[in-house]
Design a binder for this molecule. Structure first.
Ligand code: GDP
Length: 320
């Protein structure tokens, strides 16, 4: 599909204000949990986070790993870790909260120990950041658990930017930081539509579902052919969606293809994992992740020296 056929204008205004708000929030935390979608580990990350995050510590969480190809997820984790940023795969709907808390504690141990050496028992502050629909609220709610008090529930404490106390010395900002989807890259924008990060009503569903079908015919043709009863792996364009309609019996009274129905169901089934665990973006060669500095520079994005030992985790998945 020609990208020009489906222009996506996700973010017309308010960009500067959003960035300012995010910078303010980030300044208050010790650690950022950067959520991205394990099916699109490139497109669902926003490179601006590098600048916005300043020198803050960050853990990348490949969420919805239950919907992604585990072998690809493992490769992506390696690439991100090789660049000096901790990364783990999770499923926020079945979160092993304790393990995430341990990750946070491990990642912030240096700062806590430094404070302790000065006689201060530091409260670690954490925020969750990511593009829409990536699972930020689900993660926050899971970490919040039942019966955990908001620090802002005390009288006289402001209601906005409330902190949730996770453990005696760990607090989570209760509102996620919203990153905008990539604006510069129509391919990424289109893929973000597949996962519902950009609203369906700004795109043409027929073109979107056809584009998704075509991408899946490249990455996992067998899944498409099985699920939609298509026999010819060389089909593309309208011939492909026509074959899908006929395969699944999505036909109107005169026998014409019911494209409206096909478009909705193709997207729904992909989003719901009905075609199996699919990663649409292959991991680049080691050290080539455009969101990160190449491995071995010893520096993070802000030119700050990377802590020794970071990026050498052996755990592949926390709980996809
Ligand atoms: P937010 O916009 O980033 O806050 O995203 P939400 O937390 O509202 O999640 C968007 C949708 O993704 C919801 O339907 C969640 O149930 C679902 N979701 C979140 N995390 C996961 C996950 O790890 N796996 C799966 N399969 N679904 C998830």
């Amino acid at each position: 599909m020609e990208n020009s056929a489906m222009p996506i204008n996700w973010y017309p205004g308010h960009m500067a204000k959003t960035k300012r708000l995010l910078s303010d929030q980030i300044r208050k935390v010790d650690l950022i949990l950067e959520l991205c979608d394990a099916r699109l580990p490139h497109s669902s990350r926003n490179p601006e986070i590098n600048r916005l995050a300043g020198g803050k510590k960050r853990i990348v969480l490949l969420n919805k790993a239950d919907l992604a190809d585990p072998a690809e997820t493992a490769k992506w984790l390696k690439v991100i870790r090789a660049s000096g940023t901790d990364a783990f795969a999770i499923n926020s709907t079945m979160l092993k909260t304790k393990e995430i808390i341990q990750l946070i504690q491990k990642s912030t141990k240096d700062a806590v120990d430094r404070a302790l050496a000065r006689g201060v028992r530091k409260t670690v502050k954490v925020m969750v950041l990511g593009v829409p629909n990536v699972g930020k609220s689900t993660l926050i709610n899971a970490l919040r658990g039942k019966g955990i008090a908001r620090t802002g529930d005390r009288p006289g404490v402001t209601k906005s930017n409330q902190w949730i106390r996770i453990s005696p010395y760990l607090e989570l900002l209760d509102t996620p930081g919203m990153l905008w989807p990539r604006l510069d890259d129509q391919q990424a924008a289109k893929r973000l539509c597949y996962i519902g990060s950009v609203k369906d009503d700004v795109t043409d569903l027929y073109l979107l579902s056809l584009s998704l079908l075509e991408e899946m015919m490249e990455t996992c043709p067998d899944r498409v052919m099985d699920r939609f009863h298509v026999n010819d792996p060389s089909l593309r364009g309208q011939e492909l969606i026509d074959a899908v309609c006929r395969g699944r019996g999505w036909l109107l009274k005169g026998g014409e293809c019911d494209y409206d129905r096909a478009s909705r169901v193709i997207l729904d089934e992909f989003r719901g994992g009905k075609l199996g665990r699919i990663t649409l973006e292959k991991a680049p060669e080691q050290g080539k992740d455009v969101n990160e500095k190449p491995a071995g520079t010893g520096q993070n994005d802000e030119g700050e020296a990377a802590a020794p030992g970071r990026g050498s985790k052996s755990t592949e998945e926390v709980n996809p």
